[in-house]
Design a protein around this ligand. Structure first.
Ligand code: SF4
Ligand code: SF4
Length: 387
């Protein structure tokens, strides 16, 4: 069988990890990473099969692989790699590369390849949203409520336009992933039955919400007794994800059910839901950002800029949002207006950058889980029938 290969693939992926210093070429396929990775049990050769694809330039296969997205970035594989190939960071870099290939605007590539590119995209978007909002502001009225200072209808019009543009970009990215998956499975002759799809989707949603597989990461070390449950990586990840979803739901319901800017008491359900989601999210982010790594693990758990950027952006957005929730009940001041504008701009940045950065895994991972379950449905059914 003739395969298209891209000899420069590894070099291209390397640009997306560790500022270009990723040394995954040194991998000699020993299999240590597969032995320790908790996800390898239902997919033999995970994660080194993906590394092999990059080493031999199989771009089409790599971009059609669900394995990229199933990795939880726990770092267990990196800790045991005898060649310092850093497979966990390779998987993250390969995901960033895939995001930039699924994206048609070219912005994902700019935002993911370097710190400067990331900051440029962030600064450009911030400036754009700030100018857009302030173009309708009433600067002379320091004591106006938020949605009179900048008309609520204007804020929501920008928000809706943003969601439409980002939504279309997400759909295009997801469609690109699905088409690559289908084309590659067809080429491999893997049977995909439409009837098995609903169950595959249900199992992916269940996994995304319960973090069942994630719980197996770092399950052995440190000893469970030494690490309380509320500090375990899957709990922290679930806090950030659940808190974020709660805030998104509160904002959406608020927009749909309440006239823009109308006053409500602090116990208004959407306000309580948003504040609770914000606090839960902040808890997870604080652990994520400030947790001290054990000394013997600090060298391989060292975070890259890409890993810092989104949690910090999300944390500042949540903090300014919670501050605005309090300020709305106090006499209005220019400082209050500034907090409000910063919050709205950062929230818009978050949405706009979602499909462009590593945070895009919130889109691609659930889809990849569903595609993986769909592909392996016949084996799972056979195993269930035998049991
Ligand atoms: S990444 Fe490291 S542990 Fe995994 S197969 Fe390669 S050399 Fe072995
Ligand atoms: S980072 Fe964790 S989940 Fe990802 S490949 Fe390595 S061991 Fe497996």
């Amino acid at each position: 069988m003739i395969r298209d290969v891209d000899p420069a693939l590894m070099q291209k992926i390397r640009r997306y990890g560790k500022g270009g210093r990723l040394q995954v070429e040194s991998c000699f396929q020993c299999g240590n990473c597969t032995a320790v990775c908790p996800l390898a049990q239902d997919s033999a050769g995970f994660p080194r099969r993906v590394i092999r694809m990059a080493q031999v330039g199989m771009e089409r296969e790599l971009l059609a692989s669900e394995d990229l997205w199933r990795c939880y970035a726990c770092g267990e594989c990196t800790a045991t790699c005898p060649r310092a190939a850093d497979p966990a960071e390779f998987m993250a870099a390969a995901r960033s590369y895939a995001i930039s290939r699924y994206d048609f605007t070219g912005l994902a590539s700019l935002a993911s390849r370097s710190v400067l590119g990331n900051l440029l995209v962030f600064a450009g978007l911030s400036l754009f949203f700030a100018l857009l909002l302030l173009s309708r502001a009433t600067p002379s009225s320091a004591h106006l409520p938020f949605f009179d200072f900048v008309p609520g209808e204007w804020v929501h019009a920008i928000g809706v336009a943003l969601f439409v543009v980002v939504g279309l970009s997400m759909v295009a990215g997801l469609a690109s992933m699905i088409l690559r998956f289908l084309s590659e499975r067809r080429r491999e002759g893997v049977p995909l039955r439409a009837g098995a799809l609903p169950a595959a989707m249900a199992s992916a949603i269940l996994e995304a919400l319960s973090h069942q597989r994630f719980r197996q990461c770092n399950a052995e070390e440190p000893a469970p007794a030494a690490q309380p449950w509320y500090l375990r990586p899957w709990v922290v990840h679930l806090s950030v994800m659940g808190g974020f979803l709660a805030m998104l739901l509160a904002t959406t319901l608020d927009y749909l059910l309440k006239p823009i800017g109308s006053p409500v008491p602090p116990w208004y359900p959407m306000r309580v839901l948003g504040a609770a989601g914000g606090l839960i999210c902040l808890y997870g982010l604080a652990i994520m950002l400030f947790r001290a790594e054990p000394e013997d693990e600090a060298h391989w758990r060292k975070r890259t800029f890409a890993e810092w950027f989104f949690p910090v952006l999300l944390a500042v957005t949540v903090l300014t949002g919670l501050s605005a929730e309090i300020l709305v009940y106090l006499p209005m001041t220019p400082a209050g207006h500034a907090v409000f504008i910063v919050h709205v701009v950062l929230a818009m940045d978050l949405v706009a950058m979602l499909p462009l950065t590593r945070f895009a895994h919130v889109l691609y991972r659930p889809l990849a889980l569903a595609l993986f379950a769909w592909r392996h449905a016949p084996e799972r059914q056979a195993a269930a029938a035998e049991a």
